[in-house]
Write a protein that binds this ligand. Structure first.
Ligand SMILES: O=C(O)CCC(=O)C(=O)O
Length: 213
């Protein structure tokens, strides 16, 4: 919920109706571990070839320990987000050295991977990633955080976790009830497509074309 980081993620993914939490994981690389295979995080979506100009993810890696060349700082192949896999494979990586407490931001298309740990201590990072609201979340937020815990959290965090519509027709409960309202025990309905008309020209045009009934 860090305002600067979340604001950046929201702005980066502003082409979608909603932004959501995609995963929350601690990545620990222990002494002696080898390099992770370079990959693009959006590969998780069944390897679907999203267009180069459509970003699905905005990712963060928060350093809980210093990230150094020796202990496995993340390798990034800068500039590979819009490249074909063949071209991207030719780009050398650099390692994102970070002091403890710093955060690395990277998109879901860039080739990257955890480094080898040749030091004698662990490298810990918290990987929090965000995605557009219409894709399946990598980590199932509704089971990872059971309802009795979810009810203790703030609405804004809950919406980010998925207690919101992912787009006008995604994520309702039962008879088009709003998921956050259901969690809180109230009976509010979700927004319908007409409520999105001011969100984008495409929604506006769709609503304008609806026949009068
Ligand atoms: O630990 C890292 O530096 C990167 C981790 C990563 O890219 C992953 O787990 O997908």
């Amino acid at each position: 919920m860090n305002p600067l980081v979340l604001g950046t993620a929201r702005r980066f993914l502003a082409h979608a109706s909603a932004v959501q939490l995609h995963l929350t994981q601690l990545v620990s690389i222990g002494p002696g571990e080898t390099r992770q295979k370079l990959h693009r995080d959006q590969m998780a979506f069944d390897l679907y070839p999203f267009p180069a100009n459509y970003h699905v993810q905005c990712n963060t890696m928060w350093a809980l320990t210093d990230f150094t060349i020796d202990n496995g700082a993340t390798h990034i192949c800068a500039g590979t987000s819009a490249m074909t896999d063949d071209d991207a494979a030719l780009v050398p990586s650099f390692q994102a050295e970070l002091p403890r407490g710093a955060v690395l931001l990277y998109d879901g298309k860039v080739l990257h991977g955890g480094g080898a740990n040749n030091s004698d201590g662990p490298r810990h990072g918290v990987n929090l990633t965000y995605s557009v609201g219409w894709v399946r979340q990598e980590e199932n937020q509704f089971l990872s955080c059971p309802p009795e815990v979810a009810r203790t959290l703030d609405d804004e965090l809950l919406k980010l976790m998925g207690y919101q519509q992912g787009a006008f027709a995604l994520g309702y409960v039962g008879d088009q009830q709003d998921p956050l309202a259901v969690l809180r025990g109230t009976d509010e309905k979700t927004r319908l497509v007409g409520d999105y008309a001011d969100q984008s020209d495409a929604y506006g045009a769709f609503v304008d074309d609806l026949p009068d009934v």
